[in-house]
Design a binder for this molecule. Structure first.
Ligand code: NAD
Length: 484
């Protein structure tokens, strides 16, 4: 059966890639090849950059209200195609339909936020900084920005950045994950419908070659990267050594601290979605439960009971609660980590390896897995597994929980479950993580708030989304005036 070969979107047109390298894109629930993605060359990246560069001057001179109207058109197109987009995500990523709908909603939220650009981009002023002298600060767009995206949120992640960048008057290039490029292809059909001037928004499919060509190109000014920590660090170094702005979000290992006074049933339900939603492939997924004092016994029992009941299957099927992981390679990595946990002496309470899903013999499925009796130095506690593996660790008190979670090199998210305002405040005050949840399993900021982690989960300064996004995508200039 012949499959569709994806194209790039450059200068307002869909163009076939001339690269001789392609990859199969697979549906992780069935293992079937659903498309081929070209791995674009540096020359194709250069064409996209030239188009974006040529479009910049006219676009920056376009009034902010006109740029905002393009956002409204894009929002409308996304609303009209909401269900199609969600289904596309499920097909290439494997997450369940409801989670995919949530992802599309967050992508739309960012477009809605960027539509407020006439307000967001305003500067400020002060009269009489000295007698007869006034001073004001303005924000100006800078040129060609680009995103390098991961596989796990194929609709949303590029939309953490692109809407703000172009609303500010920059031009843009998206390089989606080569594992999940179909959703952005669909999004760019809508971008095409929304009638942006040619060259303002471009799509280049590819892998490391295309990404590095963007990072080294003399005419790009900044990158928003989201992916694993080793690549985030590399991208940050390469971007900054080429004089570009960079905000690079990396991997994660998120700890959930459960105090003895937590509301247990609600807490268990929140842990289930946090650890096993999107098959644990979220940068905000909880992967270690720190059970403080007396919370341990009831938690251990209830978590295993709840996880056993999760329905595993194709995310497209009604009633499925957890889908597959992204690829055969990921499946192997997750299973290797489970073995490492066993070898290190952790107690395997629930083993997701080798599960069979009716009707999907070739899917990349691993069931919910729970370890107990874990210790901080184990690889299953220190490393990002990025699969449905949850570890329980018993700790004596709040201080020990904070000490343990600070042994992690990551600092993306951390949550506490408690009925005590004192512990909640202490937690938000002391814990080094960019996103803190209080009785929340997935501490994901809405579009109006900035989003990034700390420590090895983020390289850069200005975060994605919100006002940080506006500052990242503009240069601030101060003007001091005196009239004789
Ligand atoms: P990945 O690092 O393998 O790939 C991410 C992107 O980097 C892809 O587009 C890939 O083509 C590109 N890339 C790969 N090698 C490169 C190189 N040498 N130079 C430049 N670009 C290169 O990540 P993934 O497996 O697609 O995504 C999962 C990871 O993303 C997890 O670690 C997860 O925690 C992380 N993530 C983080 C956040 C966050 O907000 N911190 C959000 C989502 C995902």
């Amino acid at each position: 059966m012949s499959v569709n070969i994806l194209e790039n979107y450059i200068d307002g047109e869909w163009v076939p890639s001339e690269s001789d390298r392609t990859l199969d894109v697979r549906n992780p629930a069935t293992g079937e090849t659903i498309a081929q993605v070209p791995l674009s060359t540096a020359a194709e990246v250069d064409q996209a950059v030239q188009a974006a560069k040529d479009a910049f001057q006219e676009w920056r001179e376009t009034p902010p209200y006109t740029r905002a109207r393009a956002m409204f058109r894009l929002k409308e197109a996304m609303e009209e195609n909401f269900e199609d987009l969600a289904r596309q995500i499920v097909e290439e990523n494997g997450k369940i339909l409801d989670e995919a709908r949530g992802e599309v909603r967050r992508a739309i939220e960012n477009v809605e936020g960027a539509a407020a650009i006439p307000y967001l981009m305003m500067g400020y002023n002060l009269e009489d900084v000295a007698t007869g002298i006034d001073e004001y600060a303005i924000r100006q767009p800078m040129g060609v920005f680009f995103a390098i995206a991961p596989f796990n949120f194929p609709a949303m992640v590029p939309f953490w950045f692109m809407p703000y960048a172009i609303a500010c008057g920059n031009t843009y290039i998206v390089k989606p994950s080569e594992q999940t490029p179909l959703t952005q292809a669909r999004m760019f059909d809508l971008i095409d419908e929304a009638d942006f001037p040619p060259g303002v928004v471009n799509l280049v499919n590819g892998d490391r070659v295309a990404a590095e060509a963007l990072l080294q190109h003399p005419d790009t000014v900044g990158v928003s990267f989201v992916g694993s920590t080793p690549v985030a660090r590399h991208v940050y170094q390469m971007a900054t050594s080429h004089g570009k702005r960079a905000q690079c979000q990396g991997g994660a290992k998120n700890f959930l601290t459960i105090m003895p006074d937590a509301v247990m049933d609600r807490t268990v339900a929140a842990i289930m979605t946090s650890a096993f939603g999107t098959a644990g492939q979220r940068c905000l997924a909880g992967s270690v439960v720190l059970a403080v004092g007396d919370s341990y016994e009831p938690l251990r029992e209830k978590l295993v009971e709840a996880a056993r009941q999760l329905k595993i299957g194709n995310g497209m099927d009604q009633g499925t609660q957890m889908g597959p992981v992204i690829s055969a390679k990921s499946l192997e990595r997750v299973c290797n980590y489970i073995q490492q946990g066993v070898d290190a002496g952790a107690e395997l309470l629930l083993d997701g390896r080798g599960i069979k899903v009716d009707g999907y013999p070739n899917g990349y499925f691993v069931g919910p897995t729970i370890f107990d009796k874990t210790t901080p130095e184990m690889p299953i506690i220190q490393d990002e597994i990025f699969g449905p593996v949850l570890s329980i660790m018993q700790v004596d008190d709040f201080d020990e929980a904070v000490d343990v979670l600070h042994t992690s090199p990551y600092g993306n998210a951390a949550s506490i479950f408690t009925a005590s305002g004192k512990w909640a405040r202490e937690f938000q005050y002391r814990v080094q993580a960019g996103n803190i949840g209080v009785n929340i399993g997935i501490a994901a900021p809405i579009a109006a708030f900035p989003f990034a982690g700390m420590k090895d989960s983020f390289f850069g300064d200005l975060h994605g989304q919100g006002l940080d996004g506006i500052n990242f995508f503009t240069d601030r200039k101060v003007v001091i005036t005196r009239w004789f």
